[in-house]
Design a protein around this ligand. Structure first.
Ligand SMILES: Nc1nc2c(ncn2[C@@H]2O[C@H](COP(=O)(O)OP(=O)(O)OP(=O)(O)O)[C@@H](O)[C@H]2O)c(=O)[nH]1
Ligand SMILES: [Zn+2]
Ligand SMILES: [Zn+2]
Length: 530
């Protein structure tokens, strides 16, 4: 009986204790739930830091390998929001999901072991506590799952918004870059001085130590907005506006170096057209010397746009100085002579193209004259000594005084017709272009007093001499029909006293390149031949 009373009392006490426990059980369950939620959120935070910053192997997922420059078409690291951000997002979600499963399972199994399997106290006490903890864990798992899902959703939204912002910024910068190129009239391309192709955008070489990797399209995009990181780690500007012109530009067609400041300043293409031995190379040498002499005397600054031009200029200058004969221009495409002229807003890159005379004769050779598309001023070198009518009009004494070996063997009219056809085929807009007709070897003519009353410094008078003495009326009219504006110059591409280029070159240089900055007197309204 006493035993029975004890059991009843114990039972009553247990029920009382259970009732008391039931009052605190929700608190215990909530605390356990919060504990688990906090733990899971902390783990997610660790995953985020690990995935986006530490990047150690335990924070990588085998199905989502990192982006590496060696697997990219460009030797550069991907811009974060062009792939890596979504990869990080997916990695973080996958790793968090894994850790979530493991942590929840571990928590349940340690509760099972501690309160049901091998409890340290009586099961009467441990089972209710275990059940409460189970409830807490279940609640915590649900709460954490909801919060983590919300965090991941926020992460997705942030990544996609950032991706949108980055893409729009890159697109805008590309559009600004295009607009700036258009303002410089470079939207059709930049001229390659080696192969004469029009290059939409140069390839750039990385200046990193011993790197020299070539970036095909450095503009804002997949590999960077304002800068991109080369595979070697060196950061490169992505826009000509922000300094990519300081990198070595490379032509994508012929892989040779492009001129300094390509894309930064407007370009002027000045083709020298004329028959073999008409005097193109020598006239070009005289033009270059005039430009550098003027710069030396405080005129518009002039500099070489590449080392090759500098070296070839030295040779040409020496030939002019010793009154030697330039070698015939090789039929293979010679590089343009490229200069940087002027300063500030008027600074520009000038490419002077001296093409072998025979290229204007053989139709199959003229394909290379692609630069015609961008030229707005052409120089036609007309050798008066090559015109039969000129020789026939000379007295025997005059003929004896003129060195016939200097004469070009090609008829200028034929060359003109041939070259205009070619230029048109190359989409040259002749009707919008100007033509400077350089009547070459003027020093020979003046030495023999073959100009009569004609004034060498007057376009109309020079034209009249060509029409009257050389019978080139048809040619002069054809020139005036084809081109917007034609001006005639007598030119002596020789060095006079004091190592100075003959004065006759200055008006030609001024009209073609200077807008009055080389010869202010010449720019003032000398009549065109039209
Ligand atoms: N006296 C004199 N000789 C000139 C002048 N211009 C050219 N020559 C001579 O004419 C010849 C041909 O000149 P180049 O400049 O080589 O002619 P080119 O048109 O470049 O010829 P290719 O390169 O073969 O197409 C050379 O012997 C020059 O020295 C000039 O203004 N005065
Ligand atoms: Zn090229
Ligand atoms: Zn590099």
């Amino acid at each position: 009986m006493t035993e029975f009373i004890v059991y009843v009392l114990m039972g009553a006490l247990y029920i009382c204790a259970l009732i008391v426990f039931l009052a605190v059980a929700p608190t215990i369950a909530v605390l356990r739930a919060l504990g688990l939620t906090g733990q899971l959120l902390w783990l997610h935070g660790q995953v985020l830091v690990g995935v986006t910053h530490r990047r150690t192997p335990e924070y990588q997922h085998p199905s989502l390998p990192p982006y590496r420059p060696q697997n990219e078409p460009e030797p550069a690291y991907r811009q974060y929001f062009h792939g890596p951000a979504t990869r990080d997002l997916r990695t973080a979600c996958l790793l968090t999901a894994g850790r979530f499963r493991r942590t929840v399972a571990d928590s349940f199994s340690s509760t099972t072991v501690g309160y049901f399997g091998q409890p340290r106290s009586s099961r009467l006490a441990s089972v209710p506590v275990g059940l409460t903890l189970y409830t807490g864990l279940a609640l915590g798992a649900v709460l954490a799952a909801v919060l983590l899902a919300l965090l991941c959703l926020l992460h997705v939204v942030l990544v996609y918004v950032a991706q949108g912002v980055v893409r729009i910024t890159a697109g805008t910068l590309r559009a600004v870059d295009r607009a700036v190129l258009r303002a410089k009239n470079l939207h059709h391309g930049m001229v390659c001085p080696q192969c004469y192709e029009l290059v939409e955008y140069p390839v750039y070489e990385c200046p990193g130590d011993g790197c020299r990797r070539r970036h095909q399209d450095i503009r804002p995009g997949r590999y960077g907005v304002l800068k991109r990181r080369c595979a070697c780690g060196h950061k490169l500007p992505t826009l000509i506006l922000t300094g990519s012109h300081r990198l070595q530009g490379i032509c994508p067609y012929c892989a040779s170096a492009m001129s300094d400041s390509t894309g930064l300043v407007p370009e002027t293409v000045l083709p020298m057209v004329g028959g073999t031995a008409a005097g193109k190379t020598q006239l070009m040498a005289a033009i270059l010397m005039t430009l550098f002499d003027a710069a030396g005397r405080g005129g518009p600054p002039a500099g070489f746009a590449d080392r090759d031009t500098a070296a070839r200029y030295e040779v040409l200058r020496e030939i002019l100085r010793i009154r030697g004969n330039p070698l015939g221009t090789p039929r293979a495409l010679p590089a343009a002579h490229s200069l940087l002229l002027g300063k500030g807003r008027s600074r520009r890159l000038v490419h002077i193209f001296d093409t072998a005379g025979e290229r204007f004769v053989n139709l199959e050779d003229t394909d290379a004259l692609r630069y015609a598309r961008t030229a707005r001023t052409f120089v036609f070198v007309l050798d008066p000594l090559s015109v039969a009518a000129f020789w026939q009009g000379l007295s025997p004494e005059q003929q004896a005084g003129v060195d016939r070996t200097l004469a070009s063997p090609v008829d200028p009219e034929h060359i003109f017709n041939q070259s205009t056809q070619t230029m048109k085929r190359m989409n040259g807009d002749l009707a919008q272009s100007r033509l400077a007709v350089a009547v070459s070897k003027y020093d020979v003519l003046s030495r023999q007093r073959l100009l009569g009353e004609h004034r060498p410094d007057d376009s109309g008078s020079t034209r009249a001499w060509l029409v009257g003495e050389l019978g080139l009326g048809n040619l002069a009219r054809a020139m005036e029909n084809e081109f917007r504006e034609v001006r005639f110059f007598f030119t002596a591409a020789v060095i006079g006293g004091e190592e100075q280029v003959d004065d006759s070159i200055v008006p030609l240089v001024d009209w073609c390149l200077g807008s009055g900055r080389y010869d202010p007197s010449a720019s003032a309204g000398r009549a065109s031949g039209r």
